[in-house]
Ligand binder design. Structure first.
Ligand SMILES: Cc1cc2nc3c(=O)[nH]c(=O)nc-3n(C[C@H](O)[C@H](O)[C@H](O)COP(=O)(O)OP(=O)(O)OC[C@H]3O[C@@H](n4cnc5c(N)ncnc54)[C@H](O)[C@@H]3O)c2cc1C
Length: 277
């Protein structure tokens, strides 16, 4: 099973913030737009990208010219004060030209988890940027395509994520065929962070509210799956979020529920107490 479904044309897109809204205590929704976005081929599901943010004093991030995997080698040669902050994010929603909320152009929504001291954790440059972002701010993205790629005949699917993977799990549910059989679990910091979304009839989506803001993200989702009565038959499993959730759930499903490793797509999105490299 191939882990990634890469875009046909890997490319950088220079974009501007069209709007920034604190949609709930734990999330800021940023809408991005710009001329180049009209050539972005949205693949649905958990389509993700690398986000490039400017350094203080720069109005736009410096972006590598190479678009193959060579971009990273070039990025490493940038001096410290011009090297953009790079973090990974998911397309929460995509509106082609003519169907946008902020004009005639193509638009992309991104939901950023807010994770500062007020949430019992540490801030990072990307979440801090999102909290301060305003219309007209410049960013760039590098298209990475999809991780979710269930090349399998499994009779049902199990999707699990913490709040950082809420856009991915909700994106998969939005793109899923109408006859999908899915059990999905999404953990969020507070009740107010639960997002409304219609799902196909065969989908049972459970929102789990963290018991308190000091608890480690992902632990409550892991416990919920361990307690859950799950459908019979071999599932395809997709789990993403804090590293301990991804590896802990995989270990549990392999050891306690006899799910073959090959049926589990697990991705550590971030690591508790450790900034992204
Ligand atoms: C494929 C992919 C898609 C992703 N999509 C999204 C998305 O759509 N929305 C989203 O919000 N995140 C998403 N993430 C996760 C995001 O890339 C990380 O959370 C990233 O570390 C945030 O960068 P930062 O600069 O805010 O914090 P960093 O500088 O990386 O970290 C600073 C501190 O914050 C902590 N931290 C990092 N992330 C979180 C968090 N989510 N909650 C609590 N503490 C945290 C770290 O442990 C560290 O102590 C995705 C990751 C991947 C790999």
């Amino acid at each position: 099973m191939s882990k990634y479904l890469k875009p046909e044309h890997a490319a950088f897109y220079r974009l501007q913030v069209l709007s920034a809204e604190r949609i709930s205590p734990g999330f800021v929704r940023i809408t991005l737009g710009g001329e180049s976005l009209s050539s972005f081929r949205y693949m649905g599901y958990d389509h993700w990208f690398r986000l490039f943010l400017p350094q203080p004093g720069q109005s736009e991030p410096r972006v590598p010219t190479a678009t193959s995997m060579l971009w990273y080698a070039q990025y490493l040669t940038f001096s410290k004060d011009t090297k953009p902050v790079v973090r990974n994010y998911t397309v929460r929603d995509f509106r082609p030209a003519g169907s946008g909320l902020h004009g005639e152009g193509t638009e992309m929504d991104v939901d950023f988890v807010v994770h500062g001291a007020e949430h019992g954790g540490h801030a990072g440059p990307a979440s801090s940027w999102a909290v301060r972002a305003a219309p007209g701010d410049h960013v760039a993205i590098f298209d990475e395509g999809r991780i979710y790629n269930p090349n399998t005949e499994a009779s049902w699917q199990l999707l699990v994520g913490d709040e950082s993977a809420a856009p991915a799990v909700l994106g998969i549910l939005r793109s899923a065929p109408e006859d999908s059989r899915v059990r999905a679990f999404i953990e969020v910091p507070t009740e107010a962070d639960i997002q409304k979304q219609d799902v196909p009839p065969g989908v049972e989506l459970t929102w789990i509210v963290r018991p308190n803001l000091q608890a480690k993200p992902g632990d409550a989702a892991l416990a919920a799956v361990q307690k859950a009565e799950l459908p019979e038959g071999e599932p395809f499993v997709y789990v993403a979020g804090e590293q301990g959730l991804a590896t802990g759930l995989r270990r549990y499903l392999v050891n306690e529920r006899s799910v073959p490793k090959s049926q589990i797509c697990f991705t550590g999105y971030w690591k508790f107490g450790k900034a992204a490299p």
